[in-house]
Ligand binder design. Structure first.
Ligand code: A3P
Length: 300
């Protein structure tokens, strides 16, 4: 990617537009050719999520599993968004996720994406890379997304909660429809065995159990102490205090509006949905979520 050093850092709220059938903002399409041509390596691990499903959480877990014992410098002075590049994100003139990924010195490379499955660069599939997908129930996901859009100055203006919820149901969000995203990746898992599909609710319920399952997918066997250290380190309260993973170093976010590490709960949707909104949402949900094998929990 060529970067124009005279171009100012553009942190204004972006507009949504249709991009190959998916609503996007320019931050995720500015270097699209580079994204599509990205050369994955066989040991790359792709972390895929719909926005606000627990991306940072799973990124930090993977980072600790692979690199927690290797370099304390990494843990104390490199923010998680530099350790785990966001593949399709470009902030001019700072740089692009593709460049960041290409410059990663580590192996394996941990790479994050929010792309719906059909837009993922084909080299990940050709190289048979391992993919970790995390999905979160729609109600908590939309609440978290709403607060994120309020505090992130590069996201489209969220408007009020009730219109935001309508927009979510219509799939008019950055990275498109939640319903299409979770279903698309679920279908992919049936055909592509190197995909580990996780649920945020399971991680909240029993983080240690989910780390065990993840390790068996990745072929890792951390020691008992190491696993305990990781499980403790990735608890919400510890991550909230950890400046390298809580996004306090991000210039695009306004923590006075809402913190990035906000609540970390299952069921916060109950504090946002009215009874009428909940009924309408459930009706609509039934029409869109037809696959009985994909079930979400909205309470645990
Ligand atoms: P809330 O806004 O509901 O609190 P992402 O990293 O994909 O942007 O997701 C952010 C969401 O994951 C936020 O949800 C954040 O609080 C939650 N989260 C991050 N780390 C967590 C943890 N250790 N335990 C529980 N939730 C966590």
């Amino acid at each position: 990617m060529s970067v124009d050093p005279d171009k100012k850092l553009d942190l204004r709220r972006a507009e949504l537009f249709d991009f190959h059938g998916v609503p996007m903002t320019h931050f995720f399409t500015d270097t699209w050719e580079d994204v599509q041509n990205f050369q994955a390596r066989p040991d790359d691990i792709l972390i895929a999520t719909y926005t606000k499903a627990g991306t940072t959480w799973i990124s930090y877990i993977l980072d600790l599993l692979y690199f927690g014992q290797t370099s304390s410098e990494r843990q104390t002075s490199t923010p998680i968004y530099e350790r785990v590049p966001f593949l399709e994100k470009t902030i001019l003139p700072v740089g692009s996720g593709v460049d960041q990924a290409n410059n990663l010195p580590t192996s394996p490379r941990l790479i994050k994406t929010h792309l719906p499955v059909q837009l993922v660069p084909k080299s990940f599939w050709e190289q048979n890379c391992r993919v970790v997908y995390v999905a979160r129930n729609a109600k908590d996901n939309v609440v978290s997304y709403f607060h994120f859009d309020r505090m992130t100055m590069t996201q489209p203006e969220p408007g009020d909660w009730s219109s935001y919820l309508q927009r979510f149901m219509k799939g008019k969000m950055v990275f498109g429809s939640w319903y299409d995203h979770v279903n698309g990746w679920w279908k992919k898992k049936q055909a592509y065995s190197n995909l580990h599909y996780m649920f945020y609710e399971d991680m909240v319920e029993d983080t240690g159990r989910e780390i065990d399952k993840l390790c068996s997918f990745l072929g890792l066997s951390p020691s008992v102490e190491e696993k305990k250290q990781i499980t403790d380190g990735v608890q919400f309260d510890n991550m909230k205090k950890n400046d390298m993973v809580n996004y306090s170093t991000s210039t695009a976010m306004n923590f006075k509006i809402s913190p990035f590490m906000r609540k970390g709960k299952v069921g916060d949707w109950k504090n946002h949905f009215t009874v009428a909104q909940n009924e309408e949402f459930d009706e609509d949900y039934k029409k869109k979520m037809k696959d009985p094998s994909l079930q979400f929990r909205t309470v645990i």
